[in-house]
Design a protein around this ligand. Sequence first.
Ligand SMILES: Cc1ncc(COP(=O)(O)O)c(C=O)c1O
Length: 403
Amino acid sequence: MSFIPLSQPDITDLEIDAVIETMRSGRLSIGPRQARFEELVADRTQRRLGIAINSGTAGLHLVLLALGIGPGDEVITTPFSFIASANCILYVGATPVFVDIDPRSLNMNPALVEKAITPKTKAIIAVEVFGNPCHMEKIAQVAQRHEVPLIEDCCEGLGGMHMGKPIGSFGRAGVFGFYPNKQVTTGEGGMIVTDDDRLAEACRSMRNQGRPVADHTAPNQAPVKPTGPSGDPFLSLGGSWLHHERLGYNYRLSEISCALGIAQMERLDVMLESRRRVASLYMRKLMDCPDIILPNVEVWEDMSWFVFVIRLNDLYTQVERDRIIVGMRRHEIGASNYFPPIHLQPFYREKFGFEKGAFPLTESVSQRTIALPFYNQMDETQVELVVHTFKVMLQREQLLKRD
Ligand SMILES: Cc1ncc(COP(=O)(O)O)c(C=O)c1O
């Protein structure tokens, strides 16, 4: 591991105790912790329903399936994201239609989204890149105007707000991710949030091998003799453990993960504040650096900081950027290139024939981004060390340019 890693989860005794208590409880899957975790994330995002799943990718897959999207359908999304935002479209046999980004927010340009709509468009997947919710209301308006469901891939944005609305509340459904670099982690995991009962029911069934949905949250539930291998008494209410109504998957999130998620949700505001503190330390220490573009956050956005990504100005090439990242890593400072464009990934190039230049803004941004170490526990000395090392690497590039 680097001396200062790129990211690091924030785990306290609260999380550790919650996990141990769950392990002692004997109930390791489909239990009360799942229901509680779903409730907490749904409440936080002002949605009625939460469906815990074992990854953000699984959540995106289920939402597309629940919306009936399949071969012959088009889904509009961004080429500047983590690959799962587009891969989920391929899982269901539909075609991703990429649109370029706004270079300030790094999110999809709403005007280009509107232009890309055709009679075949069956959904829009909009991503709050790095936790920035900018343009989400405009994209939601486009979706409404054309009666196309909006899916928020909000894997990077838990806790953020845009124009008074929480990230995750803009589309037909939102999908969060809880990988260890996220604002909230469950180790691996995710959550679908929605107000749509039918969509929720389909997702709940599909995450559980297509079994009928049992009501795990019903108050004052009479105890029923356990029927399922997990010993879950409530499964008998919805049918046998071996009855499958539709094609399903095992996308369940364990009770252990949910216990971790509940403890993290209880600390969410404190953790978001820590992230804001680290982001503002970086902002202050990098403000005087003319060679870079700092993250752009409009005053009306309440960003949920996922990562801290700066951009070299356009006097720098990708080769120079890569050399800076390697140089920082040599000094045991985690740094990375978030994100290489999806359309230029080997698999996408081969399948769809994309060439360089297809999405110029995405490509121009992505060849000059550097994600700096970013996690709750970072103190000012560590931020100072990262910034200092980064500036030394920049100076080295300037010397190399001069020679
Ligand atoms: C924008 C975005 N979408 C989807 C995902 C996929 O989430 P997971 O890794 O939980 O499958 C991620 C995770 O990094 C992400 O950042």
